[in-house]
Design a protein around this ligand. Structure first.
Ligand code: KG4
Ligand code: ZN
Length: 337
């Protein structure tokens, strides 16, 4: 069965078609980054309006490129939350309306569950059970995944998400929005010996994270320098190193605590090469396996939503006609009866 996936939770309009046996057929993405860049961050109302403009043409384009018509589609999966309420409503209302007129089911998908399952689109997908580290712009979560739909929250960020910390540190370094990938680029020129940043919350037990102190440390270190290009690169690398090592310490702890030997890392920040390498080195030492989505499926996309929707349909989970959009939606409340 062909499933259409729609992602509109933030600043990317993503559409994809996934087939339950043939796998991913096609995916299209429209990024609003250039528009929000003018304002130094996401403007929610502009995001909603742009999703309205781009979503329907993108659905047409995706069907056309897949050489399919609406009659071929058996279900429509959409991101129902968490995210920006206006942006979510565009995807949810479009998905529900199309599903109703086409006489097929609509499936509400949790955005972070989409990220969590993105590595399933790769040639060598992880087997269950595994520990998942989800690092995006809005969330930092450690989850024990026993099966599709069986998620136990092990830890989360008590303040800024990892991606948010990257973006804020990047702003301090004079980089434009979204700063995460630009900070990573700047860090390539950095001297790893110059600064040593703290690894927050690693000196006490537990699997929660805190990144706001690291942000302040970044600011204080930066203003103690002349802020030359080299100073900035050194600060960027120290920030990235501290974040990567903090994530690695917590993942190692989560693997130990659960007794599992498989780690999945997903969400926008998992596109970061330095973080991928640090976590890969840790899992090699621990004799554990590690799985990432390909970089384009680390950040928001329709493919992960189409895949998650296909799994829900397989489990015959259907929903009422009500349009679902939840700006806040804890992942551990996903499958509560
Ligand atoms: O998952 P995502 O696309 O959207 C949310 O669900 O939030 O994640 C976006 C976040 C942004 O904070 C962005 O700066 C960060 O992921 N990001 C990166 C990299 N690529 C994206 N952070 C560090 N290094 C990267 N290469
Ligand atoms: Zn995301």
């Amino acid at each position: 069965m062909y499933i259409l996936g729609i992602e509109t939770s933030c600043d990317e309009t993503g559409v994809a078609i996934y087939h339950s046996e043939k796998g991913l057929i096609h995916h299209c993405l429209y990024s609003q980054i250039a528009m929000h860049n003018l304002y130094g961050g996401i403007v929610p109302e502009l995001a909603s309006r742009d999703h309205i403009r781009k979503l329907t043409p993108l659905i047409h384009e995706c069907l056309k490129s897949s050489q399919l018509t609406k009659a071929d589609i058996g279900g429509i999966a959409y991101t129902a939350g968490p995210g920006l309420i206006g942006a979510l409503l565009v995807g949810a209302a479009t998905a529900k309306s199309l599903a109703w007129t086409w006489g097929i089911p609509a499936i509400a998908v949790h955005h972070m569950e989409g990220h969590l399952l993105a590595p399933m689109l790769e040639d060598n997908p992880p087997a269950f059970p595994f520990v998942a580290l989800l690092i995006s712009g809005g969330h930092t979560l450690l989850v024990k995944v026993t099966n599709i739909g069986q998620y136990e929250l092990l830890g989360e960020s008590l303040d800024d998400a990892a991606g948010e910390a990257f973006d804020k540190a990047a702003k301090m370094l004079g980089l434009s929005y979204p700063g995460g990938p630009l900070l990573a680029k700047m860090a390539e020129q950095g001297n790893p010996e110059r600064f040593k940043f703290p690894r927050p919350m690693t000196d006490r037990p537990g699997l929660d994270f805190s990144f706001s102190g690291l942000k302040t440390f970044t600011m204080n270190t930066l203003i103690s320098t002349k802020q030359t290009d080299q100073d900035k690169a050194d600060v960027a690398l120290a920030f990235q190193k501290a974040t990567a090592e903090t994530l690695a310490i917590k993942c190692k702890r989560a693997l130990k605590q659960t007794g599992l030997k498989r780690l999945v890392v997903a969400g926008g920040v998992s596109a970061n090469t330095y973080i991928r390498q640090t976590l890969t080195d840790m899992t090699q030492k621990e004799r554990a396996e590690i799985f990432f989505p390909r970089p384009e499926f680390c950040t928001d996309n329709g493919a992960m939503i189409a895949y998650a929707g296909s799994q829900h349909l397989k489990a015959q989970q259907s929903e009422s006609l009500a349009i679902q959009a939840k700006p806040r939606w804890p992942i551990n409340e996903l499958y509560k009866a």
